[in-house]
Design a protein around this ligand. Sequence first.
Ligand code: HEC
Length: 124
Amino acid sequence: MPISGASMKEKFKSIAEGTIAVTSLMAVLVGLAPHCYGEESASKRSGADIYKQYCSTCHVAGGNTAKPSKPLAGSKVLKSIATFQKYLEDPPGHMPYYKSIVTDKKLVKKLYEYCKTLKKTEGA
Ligand code: HEC
């Protein structure tokens, strides 16, 4: 039966195309996977973790052991994320520059949100 033979052929062709589409989609997903995992582990670091690692040596509990007159908690630099980002991009005095944080907006945001939770401490 020539007609069904032709339709069988069509059917096979569409299955084959479907398989190729699925296979290449899987290749794309597998290729993306390591990237996704990387993002995920970075996003698992909380603002508190970042603060502890980079900032707490000088800004213990939101204070400032390097320059006590400039505590972090309650600082005007924390007025907005923009002022915070700008300050970290070009910190004055002995306040260090952290390239790995400044260039990652997600980290800056988390760090900012954590810094906002710190309370001003008397004489710190
Ligand atoms: C080596 C010590 C040191 C470390 C580490 C450090 N800072 Fe500072 N920070 C300073 C000093 C010193 C100043 C005061 C700079 C000045 O005005 O002379 C300061 C000032 C600041 C201020 C502004 C306070 C104000 O009102 O003037 C903010 C905000 C701040 N730091 C945030 C951070 C953050 C966020 C981190 C971690 C990513 C960090 N600092 C790590 C020493 C440090």
